[in-house]
Ligand binder design. Structure first.
Ligand code: ADP
Ligand code: MG
Length: 391
């Protein structure tokens, strides 16, 4: 009899980062979970069209690389979810009429971007009342909106570079009003769709003419736009964090991509290690070459760690996240840029340098998920009333 807990790893989904999610799930979640010997791991793949699949074959990266996945999906049965006693995976098997069931003890979401990391998957898991790894519904939703992130952080006293936001509808209806509101900000400005990641639709602009063009581009991608003042004397850092009530940090990491390709998807994901080759004291990170730990003056380093942890708590993050900060080195100011609820590859490269192995990382994340679920189950969610009897 097998008493191992079952962890369902859910990945893929309708997102620009679909393929990145496959690699995160297979290499950084499923493999270490299996190597730990503690868990039975089920692979649940959401295709680009939103169909769900559940099969051990989905653990093999070559299935996706070779394109065999298309053939697999044509033949494979759809997966259904049952919410009886938590979450159960259901699929019809090849043998007529017989169904396969698998009760899931913990879910490990390994999705990036839309229809996953943005809170939609977490909503489904809340409804199923199953423990799941990482940030909850509200923290995920806030983190995937650059405006909400800065609003919530600001209310906790966490600084960002000066910024304003507008809806795309407001801009289309009355561009002059929006341009007036942007006026107090100093060029260069960064114009970004509020919800997209991977630098899609982002522009750096130097003057009013470029600004209007950039606003139009952003409005094409999103219904909400953020306009930020460029940070000068910039040092960019990112801080991986895990934990629930007591956040624990890995190393501050400084991505060493040059400024001209700052928002290029290829630079972030395709060229791993090529950029900045030859510099010492770094490592190949999930986004190319990074300096780990970032070489910063001691004071700035501890300030950035503080801002990172404060942000994590203020946004209500749980399990894991990564806080990106922009530092004005001369002014000695650390400003929040954005938060990734599920950093690519879990940022395991950084955690392992900081002394947490890939296996220990996923084990801890599962434990945080269970602790959080237990805690939430103790909260009262129902009470009796006489309301119905009145009728
Ligand atoms: N206000 C800013 N000042 C200076 N550089 C910025 C600013 N905002 C963004 N950048 C640069 O643009 C990059 C992409 O912007 P970011 O907000 O992180 O979008 P994404 O969601 O694509 O990661 C950042 O990593 C940074 O290099
Ligand atoms: Mg970013």
């Amino acid at each position: 009899m097998n008493s191992m807990k079952t962890v369902a790893v859910i990945f893929g989904s309708r997102s620009a980062e679909h393929d990145v999610s496959i690699v995160t799930a297979l290499a950084s979640v499923i493999k270490p979970l299996e190597l730990s010997g503690q868990y039975q791991v089920e692979a649940v793949y959401i295709a680009k069209d939103g169909r769900w699949f559940w099969d051990d074959k989905l653990k093999d990266i070559s299935l996706y690389q070779s394109g065999e996945i298309d053939d697999f999906m044509r033949k494979a049965p759809d997966v259904h979810l049952s919410f009886k006693d938590g979450l159960t995976l259901v699929k019809s098997s090849q043998f007529a009429g017989r169904k396969q069931y698998k009760k899931v003890d913990i879910v490990f979401p390994a999705t990036h971007g839309t229809y996953g990391e943005d809170g939609s998957l977490m909503g489904l898991l809340e409804m199923a009342d199953v423990p799941y790894v990482g940030c909850g519904l509200s923290a995920s939703t806030i983190c995937m909106d650059k405006v909400l992130t800065k609003q919530v952080a600001a209310s906790a006293g966490i600084a960002s570079t000066p910024w304003i936001w507008c809806t795309s509808a407001e801009f289309s209806a009355n561009p002059k009003t929006i341009l007036d509101r942007i006026k107090p900000l100093k060029y260069p400005l960064f114009v970004k769709p509020a919800h997209l990641g991977s630098s899609i639709g982002i522009s750096r602009v130097e003057n009013a003419k470029e600004l209007i063009n950039a606003l139009e581009v952003a409005a094409h991608y999103d219904d909400k736009i953020i306009i930020e003042q460029g940070v000068k004397n910039l040092i960019e850092v990112t801080l991986p964090i895990i934990g629930n009530d007591t956040p624990k940090v890995a190393y501050l990491e400084r991505p060493m991509t040059s400024s001209e390709d700052f928002f290029d998807f290829d630079t972030k994901y395709m060229q791993g290690g090529e950029k900045g080759k030859g510099k010492s004291g770094g490592a190949k990170g999930a986004q190319g070459y990074s300096e780990i730990p970032a070489k910063l003056p001691k004071k700035l380093q501890s300030l950035a760690e503080e801002v990172g942890k404060q942000t994590y708590s203020a946004l209500g993050c749980n399990g894991i996240a990564r806080v990106d900060m922009l530092i004005d080195e001369k002014a000695g100011k650390v400003m929040l840029n954005e938060v990734n609820p599920l950093p690519g590859g879990l940022y395991a490269h950084n955690w392992s340098l900081a002394g947490t192995s890939n296996i220990s990382l996923v084990e801890q994340l599962v434990q945080f998920a269970e602790a959080r679920h237990q805690h939430r189950q103790k909260l009262a969610t129902s009470f009796s009333t006489n309301y119905l009897k009145q009728f």
